[in-house]
Design a protein around this ligand. Structure first.
Ligand code: ATR
Length: 305
């Protein structure tokens, strides 16, 4: 077994005396995480090295184990390894348990811990953009891992209603069951629909109105929208906020929302905010007043423009 995987790719002088972290995914070349974490390390004067690891699809456990055995302190986990990271961690935070996925791993006292900061990252980004979630009606499109990661933290903000709408109704129903108790405990209604049902409601004029519509489907990756133009026309109003979890160019979903005068956002702020939460788990919550995620976001947007 080749366990040289990470540290032998890095010049020893680069990591000498530094705490080592990395993002692990496949593919990973495009990841902005090393840049983001390096900026947080600069803002807080932490001696920290943050690299990249790209195991083949069946080698996550081998790479992660070797990384921690060789003294690595923490890993960010991205597609397609978030479910495997969940089984790799020996201790999960309650929100990682509910999400069924882990995006942040660390080692403490010989034990591997796992958390999921994606939903918190989304909530922080929404709040920073002036979106108050208390008392709102939220539509989440999609019922895969991305949707499952955000529902818990959104419910914790006290919306009156969340509707999970998916292409296949069965998966949306599973989500509604999984988060039913949490929804009840915060006094929110949580319903499942198929996107086709929403299309029918749009045609019959019975579609509910939502304050926030979140695209958590993988459709944007194929440059598609999960919504027909007809449904989008009923859903998006000037008072609606449309958020796509992916980042980069405006997605077809965002373009539909813009056409109807809605405010839109991509998921770059969520990426920067979930990284901030991971950074504070690793380096200590006392640094929270020293990091400035919104400045890092502005710099990153400028760099990507
Ligand atoms: P992720 O971890 O990114 O959520 P996933 O678990 O594979 O990935 O889930 C992908 C989600 O995007 C699913 O909700 C999928 O719908 P189905 O469950 O019906 O397959 C949704 N999805 C993918 N492409 C889509 C498209 N073109 N239109 C609508 N939904 C789409």
């Amino acid at each position: 077994m080749d366990t040289k995987l990470f540290f032998d790719q890095v010049e020893p002088a680069t990591i000498l005396g530094k705490a080592c972290y990395a993002v692990v995914g496949n593919p990973i070349g495009h990841s902005q995480s090393p840049w983001i974490h390096q900026r947080y390390a600069e803002q807080t004067a932490q001696a920290m090295y943050y690299g990249r690891m790209q195991p083949s699809i069946d080698q996550f456990h081998i790479y992660a184990q070797a990384f921690f055995q060789q003294g690595g302190q923490g890993l960010s986990v991205t597609v397609p390894f978030k479910l495997e990271a969940c089984t790799f961690a020996k201790q999960l935070t309650p929100r990682a348990q509910l999400a069924g996925a882990v995006n942040t791993l660390w080692q403490d006292g010989g034990q591997i811990y796992g958390d999921n900061t994606d939903g918190l990252g989304l909530v922080r980004d929404l709040v920073a953009q002036g979106i108050a979630l208390k008392g709102t009606k939220i539509l989440i499109l999609g019922a895969g891992g991305a949707a499952r990661g955000i529902i818990g933290p959104l419910l914790a903000e006290g919306p009156v209603a969340i509707m999970a709408a998916n292409r296949s109704l069965g998966k949306a129903k599973q989500l509604a069951i999984l988060f039913g108790e949490l929804a009840q405990s915060v006094g929110a209604t949580l319903r499942a629909e198929s996107i086709e049902d929403l299309e029918t409601q749009a045609s019959s004029g019975t579609l509910s109105q939502f304050d926030l519509v979140i695209n958590a489907t993988a459709a944007s990756l194929d440059i598609l929208s999960p919504l027909s133009n007809h449904l989008a026309a009923q859903l998006f109003q000037p008072r609606t906020f449309a958020y796509d979890l992916v980042y980069g160019k405006p997605t077809p979903f965002m373009q539909q929302a813009l056409q109807h005068g809605s405010r839109v956002s991509d998921g770059l702020g969520m990426l920067v905010e979930q990284a901030a939460a991971a950074f504070l788990i690793w380096r200590g919550a006392a640094l929270s007043s020293a990091i400035n995620p919104r400045q890092v976001l502005a710099e990153l947007r400028h760099a990507l423009a």
